[in-house]
Design a protein around this ligand. Structure first.
Ligand code: 5GP
Length: 142
C-alpha cells in the first residue's frame, strides 16, 4: 500500500498550517466543515493518527473515530434541522478518495433533497462559520 503522505491537505490542517472551521477537537480526533459541501452542514471527521484511509488505520483508532462520527452526525442533524444523515468514506482513488488522510464525510440530509454532485462549489466562509458554531452548540448539548 502507498505510504502515508505527510503533505496531504488534512495533515496540514492538523498541523495548523491551513485553517479550517472546527466543529470538534480532542486528543484523537478533529472534525471540521468541508469547504465544498455537498449538503449544508457537511463535516469531515478525521483521526490525528496518520492513516491514509480505512484500509491502513489501526483498528483501535478506527473504533474511537467512529464514536466521534456518531456524535458529529447527531449534532449536525440536530443543528441543521435535518431529517437524516448520510455517511461517506472513500478509500484509494478507485474508491473515490481525493485527500489521502482517513476521513468520514457526515452529510445532513432532508427528505426529497438530493446531495450536490461532486465537485460542489466552495462555500461562503461566513456560512461555514455559522454552521460550525451551531454544530458545536448542539455537540455541547448532547
Ligand atoms: P474525498 O477524499 O473523500 O473524495 O474528499 C475530500 C474532501 O475534502 C472533499 O469533500 C473536499 O471538498 C474536501 N476538501 C478538500 N480540500 C479541503 C480543504 O482545504 N479544507 C476543507 N475543509 N475541506 C477540503
Amino acid at each position: 500500500m502507498t505510504p502515508y503522505d505527510t503533505q496531504n491537505i488534512f495533515a496540514k490542517i492538523l498541523r495548523g498550517e491551513i485553517p479550517c472551521h472546527r466543529v470538534h477537537e480532542d486528543d484523537q480526533t478533529l472534525a471540521f466543515m468541508d469547504i465544498m459541501p455537498r449538503a449544508p452542514g457537511h463535516c469531515l471527521v478525521i483521526p490525528k493518527w496518520p492513516a491514509r484511509n480505512l484500509l491502513d488505520c489501526d483498528p483501535d483508532v478506527l473504533a474511537g473515530l467512529i464514536v466521534q462520527v456518531q456524535r458529529i452526525a447527531k449534532a449536525a442533524k440536530q443543528a441543521l434541522g435535518a431529517d437524516g444523515v448520510t455517511l461517506q468514506q472513500f478509500s484509494e482513488s478507485a474508491g473515490g478518495q481525493e485527500v489521502f488522510h482517513l476521513h468520514f464525510h457526515v452529510l445532513p440530509r432532508w427528505d426529497g433533497v438530493m446531495m450536490h454532485r461532486h465537485p460542489a462549489p466552495k462555500a461562503e466562509m461566513q456560512t461555514l462559520a455559522e454552521q460550525a458554531e451551531k454544530i458545536r452548540a448542539a455537540l455541547a448539548a448532547l
